[in-house]
Design a protein. Structure first.
Ligand code: ADP
Ligand code: MG
Length: 606
């Protein structure tokens, strides 16, 4: 538990308290059984040191704000509102022996080197193929273990990259779902070992192949079990549904910055905006049908009566259409999928309590603001339906910039987003800056999700984590280059030069003319090879030297923001350059001399 400066040594005491809303459970291991009690963890001064407390507070804020808004909408019987969460968890599996032979995987959870395999994901045969038997055995045992822990695991399937898979439970209350996800990751790692596999939750273990996310499907549900993001059968239900649609658009519109910060990490930086994952620009996909309705509400002429307008628009029976119509846009970071939203930009290795706390804080804030405006209209004597429709018109107009249904991967979108004023924060140091801007995070304090001290600590923890992670990766890569890659290149060079000198008796008087010709041709071919080899080797050596120099100067002293910026701007690009040269060298070196298991060797386990 890093404290981000909140817990000094002389008052290091912290307190746990059971979270009674999340059931205790027993974990069985080989020689015993452990009682686990889901708990919050707070400091001597009462600050939250954990991820759970802010999530619980955000759920409380959502409850408070939505119940108040529902009352204004006429739903006076609703006593409480909670959030539901169903996370799709992506992961990779590797053979344990292959994993053990790759120090980059062992130390950093991802490969820092490795030439692309000619066969990758281009045939989509892994995605559409059947589950390899060895993997199925792992999945079945995992599901069995999870069901014993009360985790409603339901979905399993292959994912896009070779050896990439996904699992998803049936959704639950957000707090329990999050505990269950953390537990699922833990159990999956352990069960994998029993199958001589290693389960990787890293966001981008392999360059050039798809990375992994934790798609967080969520919605709002009343104590009567009504899903507030589900279009209903009556005009009233549908005005309510549209109001919560407006709330979600406003939440992302007003607080996309903070949401972006909540998903920032050194790992997720490698995935976001990499053309196989949501970009670093937060926008909302609502689908064709919802877009039509929203546009009509914006354009609707106030002269026609509200009732008539509602009927004309089809809001009267906004059917289950939404579900059928809405094929999800898989490029969107935040997509409406018919009766819920899917926050797709969350990274696979994250504890999604952080992103969910910020998201729900934003939802609570947006709800509160829209409720205040609705109340003002009602107090001014407007009829309820008129007031709601007027509010929707305003809210949909004001948040138009954040709605985007097109291809989020395209370069055009980056330009258009800039024009719309949507920020693109491409890396963690850029994204985290928001947490230090009091105005941008005020809503989290106002909604009681984080205190000011806690926000500062979350910034410190995240920036420090980034620095440690990137530094670890750079140091590991440097060691691999120096102790494995460069020696392999040198051995190859010596072997090739040896073969060359074997051909050298070209001046031998006894050699026939034909032999002499063959030797000359061979020498020429070899000299081309030697040239390429030595040039590439020199590139790797040069990059390693540069990296070493940069690393020794990378520490910006106490200015962590500056250090992080330097790592993002200089160290990571240099690592990419070193890797590119090393990967070319891999193709010039005898397979027997290459010391690391290759992509093609570890990704096609059967
Ligand atoms: P996909 O087609 O996106 O891969 P999956 O079935 O893998 O869909 O995952 C969808 C997830 O969304 C599941 O965990 C499911 O329980 C969850 N989900 C469905 N409805 C809701 C809801 N109302 N609130 C929260 N999560 C939901
Ligand atoms: Mg899925």
């Amino acid at each position: 538990f890093p404290s981000g400066g909140m817990r000094t040594t002389f008052e290091a005491r912290g307190y746990t308290a059971w979270d009674p809303t999340s059931p205790m459970f027993l974990v069985e291991s080989e020689n015993g059984r452990t009682l686990c009690v889901p708990s919050v963890f707070i400091s001597y001064h009462g600050d939250s040191l954990d991820q759970k407390t802010p999530l619980l507070r955000a759920l409380e804020a959502v409850d408070r704000q939505t119940v108040a808004l529902l009352k204004l909408l006429g739903d006076v019987d609703v006593r409480s509102v909670g959030a539901t969460l169903g996370v799709e968890q992506e992961y990779f599996l590797l053979d344990r022996d292959d994993w053990a032979q790759r120090p980059d995987l062992v130390l950093c959870d991802r490969t820092l080197l490795g030439a692309a395999s000619p066969r990758g994901q281009q045939f989509e045969d892994h995605y559409f193929g059947s589950i390899p038997p060895r993997v199925l055995a792992f999945m079945e045992e995992l599901e069995f273990e999870l069901h014993r822990l009360g985790i409603p695991m339901k979905t399993r399937h292959n994912e896009v990259a070779p050896m990439q898979f996904e699992l998803a439970p049936i959704f639950e209350d957000a707090n329990i779902a999050n505990d269950h996800n953390a537990l699922t990751m833990d159990v999956a790692r352990k069960v994998a070992l029993r199958h001589h596999l290693v389960c990787l939750f890293h966001e981008k273990p392999f360059d050039g192949l798809n990375g992994s996310g934790k798609h967080s499907n969520w919605s709002l549900v009343t104590d009567r079990g009504e899903n507030l993001l589900d279009p209903g059968r009556t005009p009233h239900q549908n005005l309510r549904f549209l109001t919560f649609m407006a709330v979600c658009l406003k939440a992302v519109h007003d607080h996309g910055d903070a949401m972006r910060a909540s998903i920032a990490s050194a790992n997720n930086d490698l995935r976001l905006g990499a053309n196989e994952a949501p970009p670093a620009i937060l926008s909302v996909f609502v689908g064709d049908l919802m877009t039509q309705i929203i546009e009509r509400i914006i354009a609707g002429s106030p002269s026609e009566g509200t009732e008539q307008f509602i009927v004309d628009m089809g809001v009267g029976r906004l059917p289950q259409l939404a579900l059928d119509y809405t094929d999800r846009n898989r490029t969107s970071p935040f997509a409406f999928t018919g009766n819920r939203f899917e926050f797709r930009a969350v990274g696979s290795s994250m504890n999604c309590a952080g992103p969910m706390a910020v998201l729900l804080g934003a939802v609570a804030d947006a709800t509160g603001r829209l409720a205040a405006r609705l109340k003002a209209k009602l107090d001014g004597g407007a009829r309820r339906d008129d007031a709601v429709l007027a509010l929707l018109r305003e809210a949909f107009t004001e948040t138009a910039a954040v709605r985007f249904d097109g291809n989020n991967y395209s370069e055009d979108w980056r330009a258009e987003a800039a024009q719309r004023g949507l920020p693109e924060r491409r890396d963690t140091p850029a994204a985290l800056g928001v947490l230090r801007d009091p105005a941008r995070v005020a809503f989290l304090r106002e909604q009681g999700v984080y205190t000011e001290v806690e926000l500062a600590s979350r910034y410190n923890i995240a920036i420090e984590r980034y620095i440690k992670q990137v530094t670890l990766e750079a140091e590991t890569q440097l060691e691999l280059l120096r102790t494995l890659v460069i020696p392999a290149g040198e051995k190859q060079l010596a072997a090739t030069l040896g073969a060359w000198s074997g051909l050298a008796p070209a001046g031998d008087a006894k050699a026939t003319a034909a032999m002499r010709e063959a030797v000359t041709a061979g020498t020429r071919a070899l000299s081309g090879h030697v040239e390429r080899l030595s040039a590439t080797l020199a590139e790797v050596m040069g990059a390693a030297d540069e990296l070493e120099k940069l690393l020794s100067g990378a520490n910006g002293g106490h200015d962590e923001a500056a250090t992080a910026r330097r790592l993002a701007d200089s160290v990571r690009p240099l690592m990419a350059k070193a890797r590119e040269a090393a990967d070319r060298l891999e193709h010039l070196v005898d397979d027997e001399l290459w010391p690391l298991p290759k992509y093609r060797e570890i990704l096609f386990m059967r």
